[in-house]
Design a protein around this ligand. Structure first.
Ligand code: HEM
Length: 227
């Protein structure tokens, strides 16, 4: 009974996730189209005339990032992981490659073009890219070393980091629905914007860390006490 209920809940969560992801994917595909068009710079601030490296980095970034967000929830499904081990491994390789690519392309773009929100946003997003890149490398390393605990912990971090871009939009959507955009400015200089530069990944990483520590303690028994 419990399993049926949790499966239904998981199914609803997935449906909710993909429904909210849809507008984001449509936007991403639209931006790729703009990026590949001859008049890209006239249509979006993300692209500039005479900046082929930055423009290409952004197009590749959006391509890889969008596929990454769409696929990453599948990797955490216990049923899929246990029944289709081969699929889990293949998808894992694809996700690691996509995460490395997304992070690298973003970190190439930032020093070349900056971000719409200025230096704080650039620093925060660069750090986000670094976290995603590191987590992807560590997941792969732990899998190669057959370190199951390490692979699980880095996999969880990578999962939440991969969802970061979607969470960023979810935070903004909820905030605008609740407050009409209080503390948010078109140039992303408002107090809400400044907090959001970090709030879409730092608190999630901290929560994941607490969860990992709790699970590890439960697994290894009580912490050693003082003699
Ligand atoms: C994880 C999946 C990710 C997806 C799906 C994604 C997707 C996107 C999309 C669709 C845009 C265009 C936004 C617009 O139209 O204004 C964008 C912009 C951008 N992304 Fe990502 N991204 C992801 C991860 C990252 C990471 C890890 C970094 C950090 C290196 C990053 C850095 C940036 C930057 C700097 C911009 C330009 C911001 C601006 O100045 O407007 N993204 N991304």
């Amino acid at each position: 009974m419990q399993t049926v209920r949790s499966r239904v809940l998981l199914g609803l969560l997935l449906i909710g996730f993909y429904l909210t992801l849809l507008p984001f994917v449509v936007h991403g595909v639209g931006m790729i189209g703009i990026g590949l068009s001859a008049a890209a710079a006239q249509q979006s601030h993300l692209f500039a005339d005479g900046q082929p490296v930055g423009n290409l980095a952004m197009v590749l970034h959006i391509c890889a990032g969008t596929v990454l967000v769409a696929l990453v929830p599948l990797q955490l499904l216990k049923g899929v992981r246990r029944t289709f081990t081969g699929f889990h491994r293949q998808l894992g390789r694809v996700l690691v490659a996509l995460a490395l690519f997304t992070g690298l392309a973003g970190m190439t773009y930032i020093p070349l073009r900056g971000t719409i929100g200025g230096s704080v946003m650039s620093a925060a997003f660069f750090l986000y890219g670094l976290c995603l890149f590191t987590a992807a490398l560590m997941v792969a390393r732990m899998a190669l070393n057959k370190d199951r605990a390490g692979h699980w912990a880095w996999g969880l971090r990578l999962f939440w980091l991969a969802l970061g871009s979607w969470l960023y939009r979810v935070h903004y959507t909820i905030w605008y629905l609740l407050t009409g955009g209080l503390g948010s400015e078109p140039d992303f200089s408002g107090p809400f914007d400044l907090v959001q530069n970090f709030a879409f990944y730092v608190p999630y990483l901290m929560a994941v860390q607490l969860w990992i520590t709790r699970k590890q303690r439960a697994h290894t028994g009580a912490l050693p006490t003082r003699p």
